[in-house]
Design a binder for this molecule. Sequence first.
Ligand SMILES: Nc1nc2c(ncn2[C@@H]2O[C@H](COP(=O)(O)OP(=O)(O)OP(=O)(O)O)[C@@H](O)[C@H]2O)c(=O)[nH]1
Ligand SMILES: [Mg+2]
Length: 266
Amino acid sequence: MSVRVSGLSVLPPVRRDRIIVQLPKYFRREAAVHTKDEFNNKVKTACQEQRTGTVGFKISKVIVVGDLAVGKTCLINRFCKDAFDKNYKATIGVDFEMERFEVLGVPFSLQLWDTAGQERFKCIASTYYRGAQVVIIAFDVNDVTSLGHVRQWLEDALRENDPTAVQLFLVGTKKDLSSPAQYSQIERDALELAQEISAEYWAVSSLTGENVNEFFFRVASIAFETNVLAELEKSGTRQIGEVVRISSTSNSLNATSKKKGPNCCQ
Ligand SMILES: Nc1nc2c(ncn2[C@@H]2O[C@H](COP(=O)(O)OP(=O)(O)OP(=O)(O)O)[C@@H](O)[C@H]2O)c(=O)[nH]1
Ligand SMILES: [Mg+2]
């Protein structure tokens, strides 16, 4: 929903529970993007300066891939809508959600692409992989086969992207269905794999909500930090937030309303 003020189309303020002022912690130290407690100093300084300067709009594309029915859609729906559906409805092609944050005082959005795990939709879904800054590979912690397919998903996702510019997350889903003993067994394998592929590891439950917000806050923060650092490096002294200016005529910033990706295969 957008609000019109004196002829200008402006976004409503970011939800209070989407404001990030501290770098959220990793889930497991042995498989983390990095283990620092704070945002990078250069990023913090740049954000402080930006507050008095240009209004900016920063965005990162996130793709969520993984075997069918591992819980990709439920994970996104738990975070974006605080909802959970126990009935399985296969994603056809792709779906799309936009989630707005404020990180260190700077508006930031995650464009979340929920892709189909079913083989017959894979060719369509993979056309949406390009330009991802974050790749989330989901597997079911109760299904070792889905963990075994992670490398294939990674290969497919990286074929469309610059591997050096992508942040990787490996997410174990449906933690609520697993006993502590079963879980710790699969976690050992998942951690090993996460280290091998340089992914940050998380385990979540979309049914109970365990770790879901923490996970997406971490994703948003790491994506933001990487995004700002890349921009600082590219621009030297240019202020962050100058990539896209909010224009009074632009409708493209009505980002809170849900946009659906095309349902490619009916
Ligand atoms: N118990 C439990 N069930 C879950 C959880 N997450 C998802 N499910 C169930 O698993 C099934 C598949 O979930 P989806 O989110 O649709 O799976 P998906 O990965 O999006 O599947 P595709 O779109 O076909 O690739 C549904 O019946 C969900 O209710 C969870 O955390 N716990
Ligand atoms: Mg789905």
